[in-house]
Ligand binder design. Sequence first.
Ligand SMILES: [Zn+2]
Length: 428
Amino acid sequence: MAILEKLTGDYMKRILFFLFFLVFTQSWITAQTPPSCGADLYREWYAQQYPELNEQAKEMQEAMAEWALHYTESIHPRTLITIPVVVHVVYQNGVQNISQEQIESQLDVLNADYRATNSNLNIVPPFFQPLIADVEIEFCLAARDPEGKYTTGITRHFTNKDNIGLDTDVHYTATGGADTWDPLHYLNIWVADMGDNVVGRATFPGEAPPAEDGVVIDPRYFGTTGLAAGSEPYHLGRTTVHEIGHYFNLLHPWGSGLPSCDGDDEVEDTPLTSNNYLQECPSTLQASCGSLDMYTNYMYYTNDPCLAQFTPGQKVRILATLAGPRAALTNSTGCQPSGTDPGNYPVFKLLIQPNPSPGQLVFECKGKEGKSGLLQIWDPIGRLLYETAISTNQPYTWEAPATWADGVYFVQAEVEEEVVVRRFVLRK
Ligand SMILES: [Zn+2]
């Protein structure tokens, strides 16, 4: 596994170097290209690396499109969804080890922009004002971790690797990054150096291994204060708004790759466009492909101060993701405090031994005596594989079926409405 990961990392560096070379050399002839979103490049890379996941993800895409097609507000009454976020700060020096204040400033931006309470709604041209959507999603810094313990929702890890945010190493503590928290129930954000060409990247639903699922943002473009304050024109936290859009399955308005009228984002109310408005901020109406361009949409590359809206069509696409592959986020307990102080632990803990395991595992719910509960094992794309009743303080020995593939699995234990989720690795 370690060797595989190492090879994967090295291979990735070569592929990325090649891709960046292709994309950036042309414009180097005349001028340095401003840094931008890396989501499309990584999407391409993951599709090549994990063809099986990609096949499953395509099926998910079809199901989500079908759901969106039949969506109406009356059939699907909304309640506000709050997404628990864990921020993994992976730093090489004190400057990159950004402050809690800077992290909280990013949460403020997310909560304004996904609720359409941002202060710059007035910059949206009148023609597009009716297409400003309140996505009705809020975000919290996690208040309890996957084991049910108190947390600030922030982890901090020193690394000695340059530009680790470009590499999958950032997702593993063993390779100098930070391990993912249960990605079914938490939005994982890694804040890590990504060099000079990329401001952020994200994984689309189901397309990356679960341990790599989430969003990566360079610390210079995360939030609005501290290190981000000097990062004009990407100093207002909208890189993260944009990347989380990808995480929720939104595409660039021009589709994937380079802007062209032939591309589309599969959303009706975002007009076709052949311009990404990279580091621009138009002061007059702009048009391409026979219609006005909605350059104020968060999924463009426009400067942060000039981004201001999602559309109702994008909202439905996000909701389809939250009704499909990312549904577990909507019933996560991650935002609920586990207690009033850091010393207050939940009523039980879930122990897993050994981990990684060649096949046989022992699960034990340590906690109050004489309680019964439910133990479930899930695969990375959220399928329930196994379920059994358990009793607290009694080791439960279990053998993984021979047909199960090596990889990461999730165990959820529930005792008296306390839920604990942990992961284990099968390595036969
Ligand atoms: Zn993007």
